[in-house]
Design a protein. Sequence first.
Length: 392
Amino acid sequence: MSEWLEVSLKERIGRFDLDVSFGLGREIGVIFGPSGAGKSLTLRCLSGLQKVRKGRIVLAGRVILDTASGKSIHPCKRRMGILPQGLALFPHMTALENVMYGCNRTGEREKKTCARKWLERVRLEEYGNHYPSQLSGGQKQRVALARALASEPEMLMLDEPFSALDGPLRRNLRRDLRRLQEEAHIPVLYVTHQVEDICALGDKIFFIEKGMLTGSARVEEMLEGSGRVSFWKMMGWGNVLEGRAGISAEGRPVFRWDSGELSLKELSGPGSAVAFVRPDHVRILDPRIPVDEELSKNTFSGEVEEVLLEGGAIRMHVRTPNGYWQVERPVHGPLAEGIRPGEKLFFAVPPGAIELIFLESPEHAKRPDSPTVESLSPSTGFEESLTGNPRT
């Protein structure tokens, strides 16, 4: 067996087909894709919480699922830890008791010793007597992570556990997860919508769309030059722009491509870069209502060419003078209902929703207000653009 985990799954729920096959060593794999792509369903099938029509799963040399022979090991015996989006901490139990519940021990004293060890490893040894309602969001995440690892699983699965946390806290938890994974030396399969999680956390990336794996790559292959561009294009989802980041004549941090400009929230330094904007982070505007000042520099309008219903989201492909854009909203979200092809759509890109990947190291790793950061005139640097259009 070449991989610690080998997976081949086929399942159908209603009209949705899941068909994925992949392998993972004792490393961190990231499943990345749009809403409704089948990411969470993949984890449920792996864990045994979802019955699989056809498939085979081998973990650490053990066959835990083989539909051809009728073998399917019970979820409790698969030795797969799972951390769901809602964390599922027991509100009536303390942090210590929650972790004890996951400990793979028989006696009460042994369970308590195990739980204290894991609380110490996630730096919560002083919070053992606290209930979930007395813990912060980050502390709850750590308790849930400790409980999942306390069962000594042969792999760990996480379904967007950090998505509701702010940037600094999410970065700290990513570092903790990386450290714990190296100590446990088991595969971790991590579902995320956050692009920054991919390079900060993953060793291997799996791109999934409409229930199918559209590609996979090792992170080190994605870190330099054209590899980064390939990374974005492989996703096949989202708005990808290639251009240059810098400071405008008015002193604002901006990203420019050959047919437009986006105001940025912050900038570490100028340079050629790829900007990515998730479709579900684009805000649909009502033209009758004044636009917030934060969005005023990043407003667009265009004609809706296609409306797709995928999972629980409506995705619109919009043609504008600045290229094609993907705009996505929940099925029952405001302003999304009733939009049809041929109609005009007004939308804005929040500066904080723009994620940059530099094609090389920023030329000046300084604050945007640093006098050494170059300014962009309207024509600066765009000869280097490769496509200039958002990917749709």
